[in-house]
Design a protein around this ligand. Structure first.
Ligand SMILES: Nc1ncnc2c1ncn2[C@@H]1O[C@H](COP(=O)(O)OP(=O)(O)O)[C@@H](O)[C@H]1O
Ligand SMILES: [Mg+2]
Length: 476
């Protein structure tokens, strides 16, 4: 049966409308979520990257040396601090960046301060200072005191070779220890070195050197001390003491001069007697007398020449000296006197001794000082022993040892204890009575020996004697 038909259906249009609405809502929701997501991620990334961008900018500025930018940075960093209150990585990074920059600024300030300090030492210091290239020894820089002392302007000095200014040993400057460049080790490379100013005037200096890096090369800082005045005073003192020595020597000299004068007188008296007796002198005898007189006059002239040489002011150029010569000269003058005082003089001379660089008459002064000290020590010993007639001697030896020339003066005198030995080189130190000793002998001796690069070694035993051993570098 077919009662009827029910038609069931939905209106498609209605469904379509419903679907459309749903789609729009869904799409709207999705877009809203996406937009929100973008907004949040944008905010988040801005929060993270902004400080980093800021830091990058600031560090870029700082790497170009602009430290003023720091002010802006510190402001920003403070504001981040307040905003978040959380110690995140970015903040830590910026904090350590701040610290680092502060450190750099700090050390830059210190560097500047120390540089200023050294600069003022260089420019304002009283001593001439030069900076030399290590290889060529060309002057790279010089301070105002160098200009003033040497009489050249800085422009004239720069480019000059340092060794042109004086008699410096080239190698010595170049051998300055460059291994230890940071130790700031200062080496003395010469004392009493002769230099000349611009006009040729002489100047004496002590020289010290220190290796440095200067404008990216190995350089040497040379500091010189002008000691011309001191050298002049020293020379005056040496000269004065030489005069005292001459005074002491005069007795010996008078004795020496008496000999040839006596011989001449004897020859003269013989001729006189023959004339009186109206006798004819045989030509042979007359010739002999004339020759003898002439040789005695030579002898006297020689003694006087030696005396004059000794008193002469030494000039400063050193000469090659055979040390045996001054030993002989001094003994010629005082040897006889010593023998008269019952002092035996023993000589042990090396005939083939190398030369030394010195002044003959200053070495004579040294030997004279040592011998007279020995004599005094011997006399003092016999005085204390109540004038006993013990065997007294002064032994003078010369010999070569390696590259040294040795001169030893030993006596059998009173000797010294260790306390006395410490003080004998002091100027005006003497144990002798007023008028017998000035206390200058050994201090001057020491100065002279040092001038020639020598050394003094003393051995002394109380009551037995003393030995002064001098060594000088030999000239090869
Ligand atoms: N050969 C020596 N033996 C003992 N003492 C010495 C000797 N040489 C020097 N002296 C001591 O050193 C001192 C200083 O000597 P020196 O400088 O020559 O001055 P001076 O001879 O005028 O006293 C002497 O006073 C003496 O005490
Ligand atoms: Mg003396």
């Amino acid at each position: 049966y077919r009662i009827g038909s029910v038609h069931v259906g939905l209106k498609k249009q209605h469904i379509d409308q419903l679907i459309g609405k749903l789609r729009i809502t869904f799409l709207g929701f999705v877009s809203a979520v996406i937009i929100l997501f973008f907004i949040i991620s944008h905010l988040l990334s801005k929060y993270i990257t902004r400080p980093i961008t800021e830091l990058t900018k600031v560090s870029d500025e700082i790497s170009h040396g602009n430290f003023d930018i720091m002010h802006t940075l510190s402001y920003d960093i403070k504001s981040w601090d307040h905003n978040e209150g959380v110690k995140d990585e970015v903040q830590q990074l910026s904090n350590s960046f701040m610290n680092m920059t502060n450190r750099i600024m700090d050390s830059q300030a210190k560097l500047k301060e120390s540089e200023n300090k050294y600069r003022s030492l260089f420019t304002g210091g009283p001593n001439p200072i030069f900076v030399l290239a290590r290889e060529t020894l060309g002057i790279l820089s010089a301070n105002p005191s160098a200009e003033e002392t040497y009489g050249y302007t800085k422009e004239e000095l720069i480019g000059k070779i340092f060794t042109d200014l004086g008699s410096f040993e080239l190698d010595e400057i170049q051998q300055v220890d460059f291994q230890d460049q940071n130790s700031g080790k200062i080496t003395s490379i010469g004392s009493k070195i002769q230099c000349h100013k611009k006009g040729g005037e002489l100047l004496y200096v002590n020289v010290h050197a220190c290796p440095v890096r200067y404008q990216d090369m190995d350089a040497v800082i040379i500091a010189t001390t002008d000691i011309t005045k001191m050298v002049e005073k020293d020379n005056q003192l040496i000269q004065a003491s030489k005069m005292t020595t001459l005074g002491e020597m005069s007795a010996g000299i008078a004795h020496e001069l008496n000999q040839p004068l006596n011989a001449i007188k004897m020859g003269n008296e013989f001729i006189d007697m023959m004339i009186e007796k109206k006798k004819k002198i045989p030509d042979k005898d007359l010739l002999q007398i004339v020759k003898e007189v002439s040789s005695q006059v030579d002898r006297a002239v020689d003694i006087i020449r030696r005396l004059r040489d000794f008193g002469r002011k030494a000039d400063f150029t050193k000469e090659k000296v055979n040390i045996n010569k001054p030993v002989q000269d001094v003994l010629d003058i005082i040897g006889r006197q010593l023998r008269l005082q019952n002092i035996d003089i023993q000589l042990n001379i090396d005939e083939n001794i190398p030369h030394i660089l010195a002044h003959r008459n200053r070495i004579e002064q040294v030997i004279f000082n040592l011998i007279t000290n020995g004599r005094d020590a011997i006399n003092q010993k016999s005085e204390e022993a109540g004038g006993s007639n013990a065997k007294n001697r002064i032994l003078i030896e010369t010999h070569a040892l390696d590259d040294q020339v040795m001169l030893t003066v030993s006596d059998t005198g009173i000797g010294m204890d260790t306390i006395l030995k410490e003080r004998i080189f002091e100027a005006f130190f003497t144990t002798k009575k007023m008028g017998e000793g000035m206390g200058l002998g050994l201090s001057i001796t020491n100065g002279i020996v040092e001038d020639y690069g020598g050394k003094i070694n003393i051995e002394s035993f109380e009551g037995q004697g003393t030995s002064f051993c001098l060594s000088f570098p030999a000239v090869i």
